[in-house]
Write a protein that binds this ligand. Structure first.
Ligand code: G4P
Length: 304
């Protein structure tokens, strides 16, 4: 590459082969506690709304959720659909439905898909509430709760649902303490506290995608390796987005290190003495990807 700026600090040269320093962890104690809280709330809800990031419908799944939920009706919601590839999102939804899992996509940032989500939850809950009234119980509102890994959009969705109906929040005695319920539609209440699930950090590829989509904190892994691998992936997934946004010349390099340098130069991430400001360019790349400026990109392919 021409016009190479001097490179500061450590860093791998050439294509990045090793992502072993992506050390994503949840401590066993935290996982047990998260699981216990969800199991406790499961006893008082009829439907679980499982949030998955539409960009990584596979990698944002919690490995134990199926077992924790047992027979409890579940709606799978692909969140942040504004950031994912529309065709792939629709294919993922078809795939879930083909496996008998109800699924919808939402974009809580712009309020898209929310009404559809409510209708689906009501449909799933009615099976349960109808059954109860059939056996002589007093009719009651159906109850749902939201679960998902950190940053998948739980609070944003709950806020959207709460705002939709000028929702009333009421106290109701729960298992161990008063639970707050939000009335999101006629006959449908939502628990205001989501269940937080731990991510799939043992799978290296999933861990990377979780890092890129900010499901884990930037402090927990090597940002430089992560940014280079992201660039190498984007060259394959959406080269046009990368070229367009950073005004890069084609053919694009397939080497993350070189791409980082080129982007750094284009965007003026240079320190005194012509040295690349590595930290600045890394954060720029990650932030532009996360906000969708590099395109609507789905990182998890559908299993063939
Ligand atoms: P969590 O409760 O599951 O941890 O996630 P939360 O709702 O806090 O959302 C995490 C981040 O994702 C927030 O951005 C939020 O705005 C963003 N987000 C949630 N849903 C959507 C969506 O449908 N589309 C897009 N594009 N973004 C979404 P943040 O930068 O952490 O905070 P802020 O920008 O809202 O202040």
């Amino acid at each position: 590459m021409e016009n190479k700026v001097e490179r500061e600090g450590k860093g791998l040269r050439g294509k990045v082969e090793d992502n072993s320093s992506l050390n994503l962890q949840w401590f066993p104690g935290h996982m047990k506690k998260a699981e216990r809280l969800i199991r406790e709330n499961l006893k008082i809800v009829d439907v679980v709304i499982e949030l998955l990031d539409a960009r990584i419908p596979l990698s944002s799944q919690n490995p134990m959720l199926k077992e924790i939920l047992g027979e409890k009706p579940r709606l799978t919601v692909l969140t942040k659909s504004d950031l994912a590839d529309d065709v792939l999102t629709s294919n993922w939804i078809k795939k879930f439905r083909a496996e008998n899992i109800s699924a919808v996509a939402v974009d809580a940032a712009h309020g898209k898909g929310i009404k559809n989500l409510v209708a689906e939850v009501k449909k799933l809950a009615e099976t349960k509430t109808h059954k109860l009234t059939k056996y002589g119980a007093k009719p009651r509102s159906a109850r749902a709760m939201v679960v998902g890994i950190p940053n998948v959009g739980k609070s944003s969705l709950i806020n959207k649902l709460a705002g939709m109906n000028h929702a009333k929040i009421e106290n109701r005695p729960g298992v161990t303490r008063a639970k707050q319920w939000i009335k999101i539609a006629e006959g449908l209440d939502l628990l205001d506290t989501p269940g937080i699930l731990w991510p799939k950090f043992e799978d290296k590829e999933a861990a990377l995608k979780l890092a890129w989509t900010f499901a884990v904190n930037d402090e927990t892994y090597d940002l430089e390796i992560s940014a280079k691998l992201l660039l190498e992936t984007l060259v394959k997934k959406n080269p046009a987005g990368l070229c367009g946004r950073f005004k890069l010349a084609e053919p694009l390099s397939e080497v993350g290190e070189e791409l980082l340098q080129e982007i750094g130069m284009k965007r003026g991430c240079i320190r005194k003495g012509g040295v690349l400001d590595t930290e600045k360019v890394i954060r720029l790349v990650l932030s532009e990807f996360r906000s969708g400026k590099l395109g609507k990109i789905t990182l998890d392919d559908l299993p063939s």
